[in-house]
Design a protein around this ligand. Structure first.
Ligand code: ZN
Length: 67
């Protein structure tokens, strides 16, 4: 991540449909639960913050997440 922040972002980006998602739980700097209202995705590991999404777009891989 470009900056380490423990505060919740305004929204997350669903990687299945690349839509902003406003329905999520945020704990200790990461997503604990999220649901995409656009495509129904509820796998929290596939949601990224805007910063993470930018890093993903730059790197073209998921490796930076460490999962
Ligand atoms: Zn989605």
């Amino acid at each position: 991540m470009a900056r380490a922040s423990l505060s919740a972002p305004d929204y997350l980006i669903c990687c299945d449909c690349e839509s902003p998602c406003y329905v999520f739980e945020w704990q200790e700097g990461e997503v604990s639960e999220a649901i995409c209202e656009t495509c129904g995705n509820d796998d929290e590991t596939t949601f990224l913050t805007e910063d993470q999404y930018d890093a993903y777009a730059d790197s073209g891989s998921w490796n930076y997440r460490g999962r």
